[in-house]
Design a protein around this ligand. Structure first.
Ligand code: NCD
Length: 337
């Protein structure tokens, strides 16, 4: 695809060589993301960051990624702080905000809303999550993490075995990840969820049509026995009609160190898009895994900055210029990574 000036709305816009290009640029961003070097390549550029749903990692890492390339961030969070609360349409908001920004990252609770916003925007828009639909930058950083974790263990995406666990019906990260994996036909996927929260049928069908081997299960232990990656997810309580309904499923699948030791192959990598729900009645990924070296969740979150820097560099067409605007940092940075 042509990255310069493009919106990033769905992983379905990528071919395999696009993904490889993003990952190669993300690799080049490491010295900047780790604050060993600084670059000013986006000096003067402005990211409009519009998050209409709660977000920690995605919002802050988009902002950090832009700052690390030398750009500035203008941010709005929640409907109540914008004119949408006064009845302004997404169309008008997009027309206005795109006059103040060079690129926009947006999260919104309604499926398709970020696409609708992009149609009216005069600058590229990156989907930071639209309802249950998609979360393309998360899927890219997840696949980037999968690749680096399993390469370090002698594996490759082409023979990947992965279990995705939890609320597969509402989880946009797993929707996007499954669609992205369609570019890798030899992958084996086990989808573990309560029956009511299964992966949407059309996504499963597309994976099978692309050649992937897909199994569905509602039992955790047997499903994680022969995989390279366990990708755990949170019950998406905000997508249920009531807390009582969400409570029916919360805590249904809990991975802890003892289940990991008894059922997983050695060195099985544990991932989660975060936030994990650490309340007592949930705990899909127990804190007792924190010292397990195969728990990749914080490396995964760190990789979000690399991948989002790569997306900005490609969309704003400066990937080749980053090093020309760079120098070493002068402050103390030891031990952070
Ligand atoms: C996810 C999301 O918002 O979809 N979080 C994230 O962006 N890392 C997952 C979640 O909220 O459960």
């Amino acid at each position: 695809m042509q990255f310069a000036g493009s919106h990033i709305l769905s992983v379905q816009q990528f071919q395999r060589d696009d993904v490889e290009r993003i990952f190669a640029v993300a690799d080049d961003m490491r010295p900047y993301a780790q604050r060993r070097r600084i670059t000013r390549v986006l000096e003067g550029a402005i990211l409009g960051s519009m998050f209409f749903e709660p977000s920690t990692r995605t919002r802050v890492s988009f902002g950090s990624a832009f700052n690390l390339l030398g750009g500035e961030v203008r941010e709005t969070t929640g409907f109540e702080s914008t004119a949408i609360a006064k009845g302004e349409s997404l169309y008008d908001t997009a027309r206005v905000l795109s006059g103040y920004s060079d690129v926009i990252a947006m999260r919104h609770p309604a499926e398709g809303s970020v696409g609708e916003f992009a149609v009216a925007s005069r600058v590229p828009v990156i989907n930071g999550g639209d309802g249950s639909n998609e979360h393309p930058s998360q899927a890219l950083l997840d696949l980037y993490t999968i690749n680096s974790e399993i390469a370090g263990r002698g594996g490759s995406i082409d023979k990947l075995r992965i279990a995705m666990v939890g609320d597969l019906r509402h989880g946009r990260t797993v929707h996007s990840l499954c669609k992205l994996l369609c570019l890798f036909p030899n992958v084996q996927v086990v989808l573990v969820s309560p029956l009511e929260l299964r992966m949407p049928g059309e996504i499963v069908e597309d994976m099978r049509k692309s050649g992937l081997q897909v199994m569905e299960s509602d039992v955790l232990e047997a499903s994680i026995a022969h995989v390279d990656i366990v990708y755990s997810t949170r019950i998406q309580e905000e997508r249920f009609s009531s807390q009582e309904e969400a409570d029916l499923y919360r805590g249904r699948f809990r991975l802890n160190q003892s289940i990991y030791t008894s059922h997983c192959e050695p060195n099985t990598v544990i991932m989660h898009p975060l936030p994990r729900d650490s309340r007592d009645n949930a705990r899909e990924l127990d804190d007792d895994l924190n010292d397990n070296p195969n728990l990749a969740i914080f490396r995964q979150a760190d990789n979000g900055v690399l991948v989002r820097m790569a997306l900005f560099a490609l969309i704003l067409d400066v990937a080749e210029q980053v090093d020309r605007h760079a120098r070493d940092v002068s402050w103390y940075t030891a031990g952070r990574f």
